[in-house]
Design a protein around this ligand. Structure first.
Ligand code: ASP
Length: 338
């Protein structure tokens, strides 16, 4: 009999410690207490995206590609895939599309080449990976994920990052693969839209944030950076806390805009910190940073975000932002203008 009580006692201790561990390691919200059981938000860049700038045909190209990406993300989340899987897969689709400034179709540097930055973060354990100044990696977001999951580092740069990619047999391409005719033309008239001084400048970075069925958050961002960038310039996209941030305690965020300001203002971490320490809602925090703090500095851009309850935000201080979302209960919703 004593042995029986001893066994019950030991079993209760075991159960109790495993519960405590579970609570400690996971800040996710139970599905019953979430607005959306699972959801995904994307952006394809902000900027002077106003009605009349694009023909109906061009608008349709963007809407179709963003909808395709949203549907794919939903499929992954609906079948129980993780938010990290959804974010990586969706960003790969946008990197492969010449419509956006990420992967194929990225903007050209002042030397006429392409240099790519990307990062990804897992809100469950705040693990993160970033890559910068890549010249041959077809899908930078996947390399960022390898950095997050298979290295002890957070950010790898240039040749070193590309050497690391060889360990995983990643697909490499010539730098020319990324250059589309439009980008070459833009470069040749480089004082036109390619200049940040130009009122028509458009940021075309892509990003994705998601919450999965287990309530885990993830965020990712991928870009060619700013058109005409110089001297190995690295923007906010691969910098954790600037262009990308995810934490199950608060939210997941991806940014697009004038990277130097997003780095100086640590934009995505700032939004998360306002939620964590000052109890702002996601919308209050995002609007405060994007529409108040950045505007005072004349800094252009926007963010997409999703909080631990599945609330969605898409906040920007430009004329428009290519953006869209999908939830368990909704079809893809895509918007281009303000
Ligand atoms: N944020 C990116 C950068 O500064 C540019 C963009 O959003 O298109 O590199």
């Amino acid at each position: 009999m004593t042995k029986f009580y001893l066994a019950i006692f030991l079993l209760s201790i075991l159960l109790l410690t495993s519960c405590v561990k579970e609570i400690k390691n996971n800040d996710s919200v139970d599905s019953k207490n979430r607005v959306n059981e699972y959801a995904l938000v994307i952006h394809g860049g902000a900027g002077n995206i106003y009605k009349g700038r694009y023909t109906e045909e061009q608008e349709k190209l963007y809407i179709d590609k963003l909808s395709e990406a949203l549907n794919l993300g939903k499929e992954i989340l609906a079948s129980g895939g993780t938010s990290v899987d959804a974010v990586e897969t969706v960003i790969r689709v946008l990197e492969d599309s010449p419509l956006f400034n990420a992967g194929k179709g990225a903007v050209l540097t002042s030397d006429g080449d392409v240099e790519l930055d990307a990062s990804i973060m897992n809100g469950k354990d705040i693990s993160a990976g970033g890559v910068a100044s890549l010249r041959h990696i077809k899908n930078p977001i996947t390399l960022a994920r390898f950095v997050m999951e298979h290295s002890t580092h957070v950010l790898l740069f240039g040749e070193g990052a590309e050497k690391f990619a060889d360990e995983f047999g990643m697909q490499k391409v010539e730098n020319n693969y990324f250059k589309t005719e439009e980008r070459i033309e833009e470069y040749n008239n480089s004082k036109s839209v390619a200049s940040i001084e130009n009122k028509d400048y458009k940021f075309g970075t892509v990003g994705c944030v998601a919450i999965d069925k287990n309530g885990n958050l993830a965020a990712g961002t991928s870009t060619g950076g700013m058109a005409g960038k110089k001297f190995g310039r690295v923007g906010d996209a691969p910098i954790i806390g600037a262009g990308t941030y995810a934490n199950n305690k608060t939210c997941a965020l991806s940014a697009t805009g004038h990277g130097e300001f997003f780095i100086r203002n640590v934009v995505t971490y700032d939004i998360s910190a306002l939620m964590e320490y000052s109890k702002f809602t996601l919308k209050e925090a995002a609007d405060h940073v994007i529409k108040n703090k950045l505007v005072k500095q004349n800094a252009k851009g926007g963010i997409i975000g999703i909080d631990k309850k599945g609330n969605i935000v898409m906040s920007f201080n430009t004329d428009g932002m290519f953006r869209g979302y999908i939830t368990k209960d909704s079809e893809p919703t895509v918007e281009l203008y303000n």
